[in-house]
Design a protein around this ligand. Structure first.
Ligand SMILES: [Zn+2]
Length: 159
């Protein structure tokens, strides 16, 4: 499975409050693609292991210019306190591009590692993740599945 790094939105991925990402690459990606979401996939030091946020499935993928982002998508990107202009400025600074660049907009959902169902994990009022499909829940600090035996999650990944 291909890795996808979320270096700038680690808290959002940890809390599962992010469901859309914009990428300069990934032109080959099509709906249904599954990736392992990690904190860092390139430029790691020897022995340095990335944090695994989960397996995600990309349910909607399209190419569009950066400037066409909507307020709803800024929230879905994990920046509820930003305006579109602020998001565009941040993106351009990090990626050294301008607002006219055409990128890959990818909407995704998380997989439950107990029942392997997608899109069923919801964050409850206490901030825990609950799977509406199988009823398991996840420790919000570590991502470990609670109340279920025999599930090894999060996975240990190599270097
Ligand atoms: Zn489940």
């Amino acid at each position: 499975m291909r890795w996808m790094s979320f270096a700038l939105t680690q808290p959002q991925m940890r809390a599962r409050t992010k469901s859309v990402t914009r990428r300069l690459g990934w032109r080959f990606a099509r709906a249904g693609l599954e990736t392992l979401a990690v904190s860092k996939s390139q430029g790691r030091k020897k022995g340095e292991k990335p944090e695994v946020f989960g397996v995600v499935r990309h349910i909607d993928i399209r190419r569009e210019p950066l400037f066409s982002i909507t307020p709803e998508d800024v929230v879905a990107e994990g920046f509820p306190h930003m305006t579109c202009a602020e998001f565009i400025a941040m993106f351009c600074e990090h990626n050294r591009c301008d607002e006219f660049i055409v990128l890959t907009r990818m909407e995704f959902e998380f997989r439950c590692e107990n029942c392997k169902q997608y899109g069923t994990i919801r964050v409850d009022g206490m901030g825990s993740w609950l799977c509406a499909s199988c009823g398991c829940w996840y420790d919000r600090e570590t991502g470990t599945i609670e109340g279920v035996d025999g599930v090894n999650w999060p996975p240990k990944v190599g270097t």
